[in-house]
Ligand binder design. Structure first.
Ligand code: FE2
Ligand code: FE2
Length: 349
């Protein structure tokens, strides 16, 4: 299989060639410079600074020309990991964070052994991010119960680590790790954060919007700290009194966070309105249509999907395809084009 490598500097290009040439026939292309013919390539490896607009423009053109390549691997720098968002928006099928060793890159390119190598490493990365996420959620819930200050920065940092983990290791290993090692509301909040990030990456959101989205996901159910665990974790159906109590959590979360200077209006809005539906049948304010913001619409889809695929001791986990079907059957409540875009996240990633 020929591999086409692309870089924004001659030194990066020659390093990459040296890594791959023992095993593959390599053609190369310097952004803004010399270009070798690469029409029959099956894989592309890109290493370029994605903060530079000229690089993005050149890569967009190049990836359009080589759209038939099955593997499009981008290497990004540690400091700029969230540029993974940009890489996926350009069509990357895989993003690796530098420094990437030779064995890792070769394994990514080889069909053989690839799954095993990546999944072991991915599970480790996911479990570290999930641990810090669970700690942040625990500390927020404890603070609400004790009436103390909420560590907003800690929660946002944990959200950022989750975003890195999803961008680097994918949603599948995130779901696997979180469902295996975390329970109840912690598991739910971590799943929502992961699903929302992957949905955001899939939609090509900017880094800023992605940050808003994962922060909103981290905080969205903070009002549940005020609901007794016996109700939150009750197996089976809730009675009307319990249901009414559960439905107080979005407004309770809003009350806890409002006035906190580190919480933006968008996040407050998402916490209060993540159970609203487009047809006006949601709660607590019965909002409808245009009064429900994009970030809330994305969060709501991620929230319902995550609740369905949670692992609970008292009921079987709903498979991802069935969970997606349930979302699609919620006539008029969720935005149709967003649901269509969510299909790939729900079923394949
Ligand atoms: Fe909720
Ligand atoms: Fe939720």
């Amino acid at each position: 299989m020929p591999v086409h490598v692309v870089a924004d500097s001659a030194s990066k290009l020659s390093n990459l060639r040296a890594t791959l040439e023992p095993k593959y026939a390599v053609t190369s292309e310097l952004i803004g410079g010399a270009k070798e013919r690469s029409s029959d390539t099956d894989a592309i490896v890109v290493t370029a600074d994605l903060r530079v607009i000229e690089n993005i423009t050149a890569l967009r053109e190049m990836l359009g020309r080589l759209a038939h390549a099955r593997k499009r691997i981008f290497l990004v720098d540690q400091k700029t990991r969230l540029l993974a968002v940009q890489a996926y928006a350009l069509g990357a099928t895989r993003v690796l964070v530098n420094p990437v060793n030779q064995a890792r890159l070769l394994a990514e390119l080889a069909d053989r052994d690839q799954r095993e190598v990546t999944s072991k490493r991915a599970l480790y990365g996911s479990s570290q991010a999930a641990k810090s996420g669970a700690t942040a959620i625990f500390s927020m819930f404890s603070a609400v119960l004790a009436g103390g200050p909420i560590d907003v920065t800690g929660a946002k940092e944990a959200g950022s680590r989750i975003a890195d983990s999803i961008a680097e290791d994918g949603l599948r290993s995130w779901l696997e790790t979180v469902r295996r090692h975390h329970e109840g509301t912690y598991q739910h909040c971590l799943l929502v954060a992961g699903v929302a990030v992957d949905f955001g990456l899939n939609l090509g959101l900017s880094s800023k919007d992605l940050e808003r989205l994962y922060s909103a996901a981290m905080f969205h159910d903070i009002g549940k700290a005020r609901i007794p665990l016996a109700i939150l974790d009750k197996p089976g159906k809730l009675d009307p009194r319990e249901r009414t109590l559960i439905e107080t959590h979005p407004a309770a979360g809003f009350e806890v966070l409002k006035g906190n200077p580190a919480i933006s209006q968008e996040i407050l809005d998402a916490v209060r309105h993540h159970h609203e539906y487009l047809d006006g049948s949601g709660y607590p304010d019965g909002l409808s249509g245009a009064s429900i913001s994009d970030i809330v619409r994305i969060l709501t889809i991620s929230d319902i999907f995550s609740a369905l695929i949670e692992s609970r001791t008292y009921r079987p986990t709903t498979p991802r395809d069935e969970a997606y079907e349930i979302l699609c059957s919620m006539q008029g409540k969720l935005e149709k084009p967003l649901l269509a875009a969510f299909r790939d996240v729900a079923l394949n990633r």
